[in-house]
Design a protein around this ligand. Structure first.
Ligand SMILES: Nc1ncnc2c1ncn2[C@@H]1O[C@H](COP(=O)(O)OP(=O)(O)OP(=O)(O)O)[C@@H](O)[C@H]1O
Length: 326
C-alpha cells in the first residue's frame, strides 16, 4: 500500500480548565489516544456526538493547537517539527471548509477579495493573474464570475458555501478538512454541495477528512470512517462493513437511530443519559456508563483499539467477540 498522506499516531490533546471561578484546575481529555491514517484521494469520515472531540482534532491537524502528545505526519513529515519555511509551504497543503464559512470574515469584503485573500498571502501573482484565478475558482464551484463583485449577504447559504469551497481550494491543497460542510443548509442544497465536493475531489485528486454528526452524509461521501466517543475512536473501518455489520454497541445504536423513511436526518436521542464529561473520563470503557451491554469488567479495564478484522478496528472486547445480537 502507498505511504499515507496523513498519519495520526496516539494523538492526545488535553486542556487545563478551572472548575468554576474558585475551583481546582481540571484536565479535559478532548482528544485521547487517537490514531488513523488517510490514503491520498480518499474521503475519510469522522462521526460522533457533540463534544466527542471532532473539532479539537481538526484544529490540531490545522496546527491551531499543538498536541499534548503524539505525532501527526503529513506526507511523511512530522507537522510539528518542520522548520519555518517548510511549515509555511506545508500550510497550503491542508485547508478547511467550515460549516459557516463567513463567521470569521469581514462582511464588508466582496466575494472576489475573500477568495483572493489566500492567494495574496501565499502566492506571488500579478493583479491580472489573481483576477484570472478568482474567475477560474468561481467557475470551478459553479458560480458566475460576476459574483466576485457581490457581498456575502447578497448570496444564499449554498452560494456562500460554494465561496467557502473556492477559498479552500484556491491554493491547490492536498488535504481538505470538511467540518460539517452542509449541516447549515437546506436538504436540497446539501445534495448539490456534496456532489460539488465529490466532483472536485475526483478532478483534483483531493483527500478529504469529513467531520460530521450526520451518518447519511458520511455514507454518501466516504469510503472509510471512524466513530468517535468522548475523545477516542471506538470503531473504524470501511463504510460498507461498518454500516452492514457494526461491532461497537455505540455504532450500532447510532445506526439504529437512522430513520428508515427519511435517511437524511437522525437525532442522537436514542438512549438514556448524556455523554459523560471529558474531564476525568471513566477509567474503563468510556461508553460503559450508557452501554446496554456493559459487563463489570468494562467499567474498570481500559479498552485498546484493536484490528479485529482486516482494516476493521474496534475498542470493545464484547463487540470483538461479536456477542452482541441486537
Ligand atoms: N479550548 C478549549 N478549552 C477547554 N476545553 C475545550 C476546548 N475546546 C474544546 N474543549 C472541550 O473538549 C471536548 C471536545 O470538544 P470539541 O469541540 O472538540 O468536540 P466536538 O465533537 O467538535 O463538538 P461540537 O460538534 O459541539 O463542536 C469538550 O468537552 C469541550 O468542552
Amino acid at each position: 500500500m502507498a505511504t499515507p498522506i496523513l498519519e495520526v499516531e496516539q494523538l492526545k490533546k488535553f486542556f487545563s480548565v478551572r472548575n468554576g471561578w474558585f475551583g481546582k484546575m481540571q484536565t479535559v481529555h478532548a482528544v485521547d489516544d487517537v490514531s488513523f491514517s488517510l490514503q491520498e484521494g480518499e474521503c475519510f469520515g469522522l462521526v460522533g456526538e457533540s463534544g466527542c472531540g471532532k473539532s479539537t482534532l481538526s484544529r490540531t491537524l490545522l496546527k491551531l493547537y499543538a498536541p499534548t502528545t503524539g505525532t501527526i505526519r503529513f506526507n511523511g513529515q512530522d507537522l510539528f517539527s518542520l522548520n519555518k519555511r517548510d511549515a509555511r509551504k506545508n500550510s497550503k497543503n491542508i485547508q478547511m471548509v467550515f460549516q459557516d464559512p463567513f463567521w470569521s470574515i469581514n462582511p464588508k469584503m466582496k466575494i472576489g477579495a475573500i477568495i483572493e485573500e489566500p492567494l495574496l498571502t501565499h502566492m506571488r501573482l500579478s493583479f491580472t493573474e489573481r483576477e484570472h484565478k478568482v474567475r477560474e475558482l468561481l467557475e470551478q464551484v459553479g458560480l458566475p464570475a460576476d459574483f466576485a463583485g457581490r457581498f456575502p449577504h447578497q448570496l444564499s447559504g449554498g452560494q456562500r458555501q460554494r465561496v467557502g469551497i473556492a477559498r479552500a481550494i484556491a491554493l491547490d491543497p492536498r488535504l481538505v478538512i470538511l467540518d460539517e460542510p452542509t449541516s447549515a443548509l437546506d436538504m436540497s442544497v446539501q445534495a448539490q454541495i456534496l456532489n460539488l465536493l465529490k466532483d472536485l475531489q475526483e478532478k483534483k485528486n483531493l483527500t478529504y477528512l469529513l467531520v460530521s454528526h450526520d451518518l447519511s452524509v458520511i455514507k454518501h461521501m466516504c469510503s472509510r470512517l471512524a466513530v468517535m466517543y468522548l475523545g477516542q475512536i471506538v470503531e473504524m473501518g470501511s463504510t460498507e462493513e461498518i454500516f452492514n455489520d457494526p461491532l461497537h454497541p455505540y455504532t450500532k445504536l447510532l445506526l439504529q437511530s437512522l430513520p428508515v423513511i427519511d435517511e437524511t436526518e437522525f437525532a442522537l436521542t436514542f438512549y438514556e443519559g448524556e455523554m459523560p464529561k471529558a474531564v476525568n473520563p471513566p477509567p474503563g470503557c468510556r461508553f460503559a456508563t450508557r452501554c446496554p451491554y456493559h459487563m463489570d469488567i468494562c467499567q474498570t479495564e481500559p479498552q485498546e483499539l484493536r484490528e479485529v478484522r482486516p482494516g476493521h478496528w474496534l475498542r470493545c472486547q464484547i463487540g470483538a467477540a461479536n456477542e452482541i445480537k441486537m
